[in-house]
Design a protein around this ligand. Sequence first.
Ligand code: HEM
Length: 117
Amino acid sequence: MSREISLAEVKKHNKANDLWVVIEDKVYDLTKFKQEHPGGEDSLISVAGRNGTREFLDVGHSQEAREIMKKFLIGNLAAADIKKKGAVGCREIGLAVGAIILGMALVYAIKRGMAKN
Ligand code: HEM
């Protein structure tokens, strides 16, 4: 189960009858599971061939669901593809912190300006 699968490879399996999904950096082949999925086939088809982590977590799947998914695990997302995602995350955090500091500086400047008048 330690097979490494790239995101490019996952993207090729984006159809109802060939349905791979990435969830939390792991790759699942849900082709056979989709008919049994309590949340319906369409929800799985909508994330076919891509990262469905956000959608999976949004539903708040049960522990039972987590047990079932183990049966469909086919490998791990390639390290290079995981890193790429992390880098974007760090940049976004940096931008957010920068925006907050800028905002606070602006409020401080405005307050000082008002105090003078
Ligand atoms: C291997 C992956 C998955 C497994 C094993 C799985 C399993 C399940 C199970 C057992 C349920 C019943 C409720 C529960 O026990 O939590 C459920 C509900 C549901 N799932 Fe999944 N699921 C998977 C992936 C996904 C994904 C990727 C999506 C969205 C794109 C999704 C959307 C839903 C929805 C919308 C429901 C219905 C929730 C409700 O009725 O309140 N599931 N799933």
